[in-house]
Design a binder for this molecule. Structure first.
Ligand code: NDP
Length: 244
């Protein structure tokens, strides 16, 4: 029997734009009560209000996934307002492309702290709720985690490390009914590339998305919905999704 979304409580990090927003909208439309996590309060408020206007339940929770204390607070606040979280989507991420000679130490550190440590610490903040009855941890990785390119070396490293961590986690928590799912998208239209500080690399990333007819955020949301609604005995552990 499929695991329905109605009656479930989901939390999505990086829900203020792009893939995270689309996932949050899809899970809420399916009947889950959804906690939206990101730093931009105005965006979260708008998304929660637009979902509320459609009769769905979504609440904004402002937090930075690099701040362990704020994650602990949010984990308590979500369960207090919405109930036990049984679906966590680790989606918050940054792709700050740069070549080694640029010495972008701060950007490399930001990606490690957001894409890898952020996902690990968010999961840790919610792990007791997830194991207390089972659920899903979805990690939005990237096709870049399996194949690095020039200037994506550190971004790819964070996603490859996320994949390895998720594979270990999957085996640690399976006996408590928690499924760990890794989704690896190729190019998707979103704000991701707009944060690249190197103008040439930013323009190139934009061009690639036009040239290959990048995926839409909603395409990834459909894949996540598919994975988390499979019957409890079935774990969709990894999904690689590319533009055709
Ligand atoms: P966006 O830039 O649109 O979304 C990124 C989200 O992450 C935003 O909601 C942002 O919210 C949030 N975020 C960033 N840093 C933090 C932080 N420190 N704490 C909390 N939230 C944070 O890009 P996408 O939707 O494309 O990216 C989502 C995920 O998908 C990322 O992990 C990315 O690596 C992955 N991905 C994207 C691909 C693409 O081509 N677009 C391809 C493969 C994977 P705020 O700024 O409000 O905090």
């Amino acid at each position: 029997m499929k695991r329905a979304l109605s009656g479930r409580v989901a939390v999505v990090t990086g829900a203020s734009s792009g893939i995270g927003e689309a996932i949050a909208r899809a899970l809420a439309a399916g009947g889950a009560r959804v906690g939206l996590i990101a730093r931009r309060a105005d965006r979260l408020d708008e998304i929660a209000a637009s979902l509320g206007a459609k009769g769905h339940v979504a609440r904004p929770f402002v937090a930075d996934v690099r701040d362990r204390n704020s994650l602990t607070e949010v984990a308590g606040a979500v369960s207090g307002e919405l109930g036990r979280v049984d679906c966590l989507v680790n989606n918050a991420g940054m792709m700050l492309l740069s070549r080694v000679e640029e010495r972008s130490f701060e950007e490399w550190r930001t990606m490690i702290e957001t894409n890898l440590v952020g996902a690990v610490e968010t999961t840790t903040a919610f792990i007791d709720q997830l194991t207390d009855g089972g659920g899903d941890v979805v990690n939005i990785s990237s096709s870049a985690g399996g194949r690095a390119r020039p200037a994506s070396s550190m971004y790819s490293a964070t996603k490859a490390a996320l994949n390895a961590w998720a594979d270990g986690l999957r085996q640690e928590v399976a006996d408590r009914g928690v499924r760990v799912i890794v989704v690896k998208p190729g190019a998707v239209h979103s704000e991701l590339v707009e944060h690249i500080s190197d103008e040439e690399l930013r323009e190139k990333a934009r061009d690639t998305r036009q040239r290959v007819r990048a995926l839409d955020a909603e395409d990834i949301a459909r894949v996540v919905t598919f994975a988390v609604t499979q019957p409890e005995h079935m774990s969709v552990s990894e999904l690689l999704v590319r533009p055709t």
